[in-house]
Design a protein around this ligand. Sequence first.
Ligand code: B12
Ligand code: SF4
Length: 520
Amino acid sequence: MKIQLIYFTNITNYAASMLGNLAQMCGWDVAFKYFPDDALEDDIANALLRARPDLVAISIKTFERRLGVQVANIAKSLGMRVVAGGPHATDATDDLVALNLFDAVVVGDGMGVLPDILENFLALEGQAITGKRHQNIALYSQRLFDEEQERQIRESRMYTVIGSLGCSFKCTYCATTRQVGYLPVEHIVESIEKAKEKYNIEWVAFLDDTYTYSIKKLRQFHDLVRERGLKFEYQEVKTRVDCLTDEIAEELTRNGVEEVSFGIETTSPRLLAYLKKGCTLEDNYRAAEICRRNGLSMRINLMFGVPTQDADDYEITQRYVEETQPASITSFYFTPFPGTELFQHCLDNGYLPKDWSFDNFLSLDMNQREFKGWRHTRGILRNIDYDMAEQYLSKIQRFEERRIDEIVMRAAESADEEPWVVVGARKYFFIVLERLSQRKWKNLLGCYNLVEDDFQPRKFEHNIPYVHSENGLKNAKNVVVTLHKGHFYEKVILPRLRETMKFKGKVISASTWPSGYQAG
Ligand code: B12
Ligand code: SF4
């Protein structure tokens, strides 16, 4: 029997690889398929026909629903059995069940019910199945990949890891699972060890909602990493402002964490209370100060166009940004997700228009022709002052851009004396390209993206040509890298520039960090 696990957004989807590993243990052949936002009907049909699975298992988040339903439709038309799982299946179960497309819709954790589903897949009748945790917690750290995923891991040298499941806080806008659990540190360490051996990874990204929730767990993990002599770099870790103390910050920096990302959303006391964030304006300032004191780079996410958000709320947040100067700011228009308290509040209080539909979910569908990137796409809620939201979003964005401009232009001007290339990855790389496109450069040859297929929170307009092959640096005398010269640069980027790409010239950093902190 063969199962094909289908997912969107990210090529090494955690849930798919973990469920795939379990399916293989149940004796099934396993195939994976990642479809990007703009996948065509023919591509989907051909992929399904090539794999010929007995069961198609689709992981669907709400903003991927259009694609998930499209794949299910095509699979059904080819006579295949189809099950759905993931955040949308969990929080909008009735929506998927009502489509009569899925042979089962799994609510919550699929691990504990997958073996039964595989055993009885021919008897499924379109029902919702309540998920549950698998008894063997070790399986949550074990994953299976196909060749394409392995290539991606080897090339990016990055591996995603989960240390804890879910979150016990009650923020009203958040759709994360509230079923909390910790994975034993031995299993996490073993999974990183294996990935290092097999893929030569250098960089670990923790997907945990709140990486610093328990200092005891953190210490256990770091101690074991040291004991085993395991060496790797951390991608930024996510946490809450009230889950960071000097003691935790020291623990992080001592073990090589350089960047912390906070879902701040707003710093207005009134709006924090409305969102039931469970933290205060003071907590937000304290976290920024702790980051500054301990040399941690601070990344923040902000929300605009939240019901009731007014000029005072925006002003307070804007002041916070100006005073603390985070290294990076990601801004989103608020979208209510099913299963959250705020979604229900939006329904009950007329914020959601009468004709709202999951078919075109609230402006998050990147495949809409009119879609210009999330930063430019307002939400569809009623009674929201989107003009005001946009005005503040742009103000905060311009504030960030001005800071970035100063640093980037200085780096670019010194590089432009001779032929040069911009090298980097992820959101900041694209921000830099966007900023560089504002000027004409004498000697700019192009740009090189170190991590392709990476999710971007918005579209970035730039006119800088890509140098595609690693030979692209052969005529360059200077390289501007868009990351700071920290551990990751020393261990991964510099060797890649010098050894793989044979670049002998000068490397200039256009990072906002740590310089942003010196200014702050
Ligand atoms: C890491 C993460 C990201 C990373 C992704 C990086 C990466 N390398 O994967 C980044 C930062 C890019 C990201 C971005 C966004 N994210 Co995000 N993200 C997460 C996070 C924290 C972890 C995801 C994860 O891997 N979890 C672990 C796996 C094991 O859990 P899982 O996928 O839910 O799978 C379990 C079950 O759902 C089920 N299951 C899943 N698939 C299937 C399939 C089958 C067949 C079966 C039977 C079962 C099943 O079984 C699994 C085991 O328990 C979650 C929150 C969370 N803790 O889950 C939010 C979350 C998924 N993100 C969310 C959102 C909204 C976003 C953004 C839209 C942000 C925004 N603007 O608000 C963007 C969208 C980007 C995009 N296009 O994906 C929401 C989704 C809500 C929804 N209903 O769709 C979540 C739930 C958080 C939240 N705030 O509410 N995200
Ligand atoms: S926003 Fe963060 S802290 Fe709040 S419930 Fe979600 S994951 Fe937990």
